[in-house]
Unconditional design. Structure first.
Length: 204
């Protein structure tokens, strides 16, 4: 394990972040407080990567350069809802489940123009895979969860920029939200090979 200082704590800085790498892969940050040198906090990133392949454009390459993930699209947030309509009076189901679009939040990157092209042309996407990673008990990176969309299309995209004068947004860049609909969705818990799937078009 290699710990490399990211900042030297100059000026009025009160903390510094030490990125922790294993075999060249970022696995977390150790936060050191200057006024309390014995107090440390470990922040573990939980990266999520998107892989998209279109019928016309082929693989849509992202800007990730992390070892073993080159060309993927880094996703910062995921929002997806599947719900069963219910009576507000009784709480009992009143119909079949309803799938909502899957919305992903990402920074603008080299994939952005091609994603917008797929949206505006209505391009069918051969595959859309969302890979979730965590740090295993052995201290190595582990893909533990995968969501795959079949016969997907991009249905909306929204570009936005957080308030750059708000210090709470200092780690955020120029962002965009992209939403997918699909014919089929498959969830897989990789360590145990547990899998489930459902269809948007023909819910049971």
């Amino acid at each position: 394990m290699q710990i490399t200082p990211e900042s030297q704590g100059q000026g009025d800085e009160e903390v510094k972040a030490l990125p922790i790498e294993i075999d060249g892969t970022l696995t977390g940050f150790e936060i050191v407080f200057y006024d309390k040198p014995n107090l440390k906090e470990f922040i573990m990133p939980m990266p999520c990567y998107l892989i998209v392949e279109g019928e016309k454009q082929g693989k849509i390459e992202g800007s990730v350069k992390v070892k073993n993930h080159e060309g993927k699209i880094l996703v910062q947030a995921v929002d997806h809802v599947i719900e069963i309509p219910k009576s507000p009076q009784t709480g009992l189901p009143t119909g079949k489940r309803v799938h909502q679009p899957m919305t992903l939040t990402k920074e603008i990157d080299k994939a952005s123009p091609k994603l917008f092209q797929a949206l505006t042309s209505g391009e069918q996407l051969k595959s859309v895979s969302l890979e979730f990673y965590r740090i295993s008990p052995k201290g190595t990176e582990e893909k533990y969860y995968t969501v795959k969309l079949s016969s997907a299309i991009l249905t909306s995209a929204r570009s936005w920029t957080p308030n750059c004068l708000n210090p709470d947004n200092k780690q955020m860049g120029h962002m965009e939200d992209i939403s997918f609909t699909y014919e089929k969705i498959t969830w897989t818990f990789e360590p145990d090979g547990i899998e489930a799937e459902d269809s948007w078009l023909a819910p049971k």
